[in-house]
Design a protein around this ligand. Structure first.
Ligand code: HEC
Ligand code: HEC
Length: 246
């Protein structure tokens, strides 16, 4: 692509000037379209076909859309930060985070680094819906609607005091996990979203962290988590369970 200075437009006369200006305009339009397509996801930075293949294994526990299971056995993975997901997979592989059900899958032969990146980006790109969109008679397709229904997910209201939980969350957790509970990227770490995650999975993690079996942000956090009462934790989970209702 030839680069024309803007002043060329002014200096040249007649047809020449129109031609040069047209080229500049077409170059700008091309660049704009490229940026637009990459934003729309038309240009993907990961191997989607490879990821779909890997996901057959993961889906057995985490669900076809990475939606997890309501009883908290298997966490939701859809829409979580790709770097957070990849970090957890690496922690499972190095056994720094213990996950017995995933032992056979989180080994280098079955999940090499290339796969870790692809599956993490793929799961991160899945958007779960808070509710089904209204039916449009013109585009109604029962099969598509059935597929869409599988992607609808909202954490059921957890039993506890939402107001007190909000106060506690904003004081103790929001600084890292975000006011909206959607997580944050910090200098060295990626803090995961808690809103939209199954309450019973979160409860289990809070307990595991309190027992010192999983590292939270820093080693000293185990004692902090252990000091929270059952009621405080229930209230915070109640607040988190309503954060994804919009
Ligand atoms: C046999 C069941 C099973 C399979 C198959 C499985 N997982 Fe898991 N996974 C689990 C369980 C159980 C946990 C929760 C562990 C815990 O409670 O600490 C988990 C947790 C995770 C987490 C941590 C989520 C978080 O919020 O920290 C990630 C990431 C993950 N799995 C990714 C995957 C991927 C990717 C695959 C496919 C390659 C996969 N899992 C296959 C059972 C499974
Ligand atoms: C100083 C920052 C910080 C604060 C404050 C903080 N967290 Fe975290 N939290 C993190 C980081 C970082 C991780 C991810 C750790 C990792 O990568 O394994 C995390 C992970 C978690 C997880 C595991 C999520 C998952 O998907 O497995 C839970 C649950 C959690 N935090 C709950 C809380 C609660 C509840 C509070 C408030 C009482 C809180 N955190 C306060 C930084 C923080």
């Amino acid at each position: 692509m030839t680069y024309y200075k803007r002043s060329n437009c002014r200096r040249k006369k007649g047809f020449d000037r129109v031609l040069v200006c047209q080229r500049i305009v077409s170059a700008i339009v091309t660049m704009f379209l490229l940026v637009l397509f990459s934003k729309l996801g038309a240009v993907e930075s990961f191997d989607r076909e490879l990821a779909i293949e890997i996901n057959y294994t993961c889906a057995g526990c985490h669900g076809e859309y990475g939606q997890g299971v309501a009883d908290g056995t298997y966490p939701r993975l859809a829409g979580m930060d790709a770097d957070y997901l990849a970090r957890q997979l690496r922690l499972f592989k190095s056994r720094k985070r213990l996950n017995i059900p995933m032992f056979p899958y989180a080994i280098d032969r079955d999940l090499p680094e290339e796969d870790v990146v692809a599956i993490s980006q793929f799961l991160s790109s899945i958007e779960l819906l808070a509710k089904l969109p209204p039916i449009d008679d013109k585009t109604y397709d029962p099969l598509k609607r059935l597929k869409l229904a599988k992607q609808v997910f909202s954490v059921p209201r957890y039993s506890g005091d939402v107001k007190t939980g909000k106060f506690f969350y904003n004081k103790e957790c929001a600084n890292c996990h975000g006011r909206d509970g959607l997580g944050k990227r910090k200098k060295k770490t990626v803090v995961p979203r808690l809103a939209g995650q199954h309450s019973l999975y979160l409860l289990r993690q809070i307990e595991i962290i309190g027992k010192g079996l999983r590292l939270h942000d820093e080693a000293g956090d185990a004692a902090v988590f252990k000091s929270y009462s059952k009621t405080e934790i229930a209230n915070v989970l109640a607040y988190l369970s309503v954060l994804d209702d919009e």
